[in-house]
Design a binder for this molecule. Structure first.
Ligand SMILES: *[C@@H]1O[C@H](CO)[C@@H](O)[C@H](O)[C@H]1NC(C)=O
Ligand SMILES: *[C@@H]1O[C@H](CO)[C@@H](O)[C@H](O)[C@H]1NC(C)=O
Ligand SMILES: *[C@@H]1O[C@H](CO)[C@@H](O)[C@H](O)[C@H]1NC(C)=O
Ligand SMILES: *[C@@H]1O[C@H](CO)[C@@H](O)[C@H](O)[C@H]1NC(C)=O
Ligand SMILES: *[C@@H]1O[C@H](CO)[C@@H](O)[C@H](O)[C@H]1NC(C)=O
Length: 305
């Protein structure tokens, strides 16, 4: 039977999820999390439409060999309320084609071996010297469900606490305040990683790859043009790269030697989208385009004036 007919029959009979709608291997059901439905170009991986409680919440390009993501793309919504209690989840469809595409909480007791093979699990992080660093952070979401959905290990990389609780957290808060105050329409955010050039560290006997840097960029095409001076360059796009290793060279991000000791070497450098893409090209040795036509494509009337 054709896929279309299966879908129609299922829609008629039960209004449940069509088995033809893939949550893994295809961004089609969650393209709306990307500006102009155009996922970043230049990176190879496994697309995951992150579904929680029967709703798509964001999209992740996942690397099976690294057991960690290349990037997550999402829509920013002004947060309300507190960060939910961490209840970590996994993606069953990475382990079993045809499994229900909703992310599932890890239950007490041993984890299914196919799941252990297909992705990072809680034991990989427990007692490691790394924290679970969200690419798509809970902070950038309004609803309880969309905040909870970010607590899935396919949205997480091994991140040093000095970054996660320091400059990177500060970046997430700055972006939150800037977008809440001056973005008038949709804000599309993509946050990803840059791997080491060589001698990559991994956690848990080479199970999960550690990134050398994290990067983030947003695209807010419709914004308030009465910007304060310090935010003149923050629209329509903005980008940043953050260190995850104090021993990295200072070529991409310089170290502020006066920073508090626990955060020293974990600096975040704010930059233009163009500069970010230049570094991504340098490090991935291929062109990476984060947003469709650098997010400046449409004839915004306020630009024409
Ligand atoms: C799932 O979503 C429904 C409706 O959107 C909501 O009523 C329910 O509380 C959610 N369940 C959980 C576990 O959050
Ligand atoms: C983590 O380390 C603590 C202290 O060394 C130990 O008691 C605990 O069993 C370890 N947990 C795991 C899951 O290895
Ligand atoms: C995020 O932005 C909202 C809206 O401006 C604000 O109420 C909230 O305090 C901010 N949260 C953080 C942690 O910056
Ligand atoms: C734009 O920003 C200015 C200055 O902060 C503010 O007075 C104005 O109300 C804002 N306009 C909109 C549409 O948010
Ligand atoms: C940095 O390098 C030193 C010397 O090689 C090493 O002892 C230290 O653990 C490294 N620090 C980190 C955070 O990797």
């Amino acid at each position: 039977m054709s896929c279309l007919w299966t879908s129609v029959l299922i829609l008629i009979s039960a209004a449940v999820w069509s088995p033809c709608v893939a949550d893994v291997g295809d961004f089609d059901p969650c393209l709306h999390f990307f500006y102009k439905s155009w996922p970043p170009k230049g990176l190879e991986g496994t697309p995951i439409c992150q579904r929680y409680n029967n709703t798509y919440h964001f999209a992740t390009l996942y690397s099976r060999p690294r057991r960690s993501p290349w990037f997550s793309g999402y829509l920013y919504t002004t947060p309300r309320g507190r960060r939910p209690k961490a209840s970590w989840k996994y993606e069953p469809q990475l382990a079993y084609t045809g499994a229900d595409g909703n992310m599932m909480p890890f239950l007490p007791g041993p984890v299914d071996q196919n799941v252990v093979e297909s992705q990072a699990v809680e034991l990989d992080y427990i007692n490691s010297t790394f924290t679970r660093g969200h690419l798509n952070p809970s902070l950038h979401h309004e609803t309880r469900n969309s905040r909870s959905a970010t607590f899935t290990l396919t949205n997480v990389v091994p991140q040093k606490v000095g970054s996660n609780d320091g400059p990177w957290e500060y970046l997430e808060q700055t972006v939150n305040k800037t977008l809440a105050a001056y973005c008038l329409g949709e804000a599309y955010i993509v946050t990803g990683i840059i791997p080491y050039k060589s001698n990559e560290p991994w956690i848990k006997n080479h199970r999960v790859a550690v990134p050398e840097y994290m990067w983030s960029a947003y695209c807010c095409p419709n914004y308030n043009h009465s910007l304060p001076t310090e935010l003149k360059d923050a629209f329509p796009t903005f980008a940043a790269i953050g260190r995850n290793d104090p021993n990295s060279s200072e070529e991409i991000v310089a170290i502020d030697q006066k920073a508090e000791k626990q955060f020293r070497g974990y600096d975040v450098r704010q930059m233009s989208l163009e500069t970010l893409e230049t570094w991504l090209k340098d490090r991935f040795t291929t062109v990476i385009s984060v947003f469709y036509e650098q997010c400046v494509h449409q004839g915004n009337p306020s630009h024409v004036k």
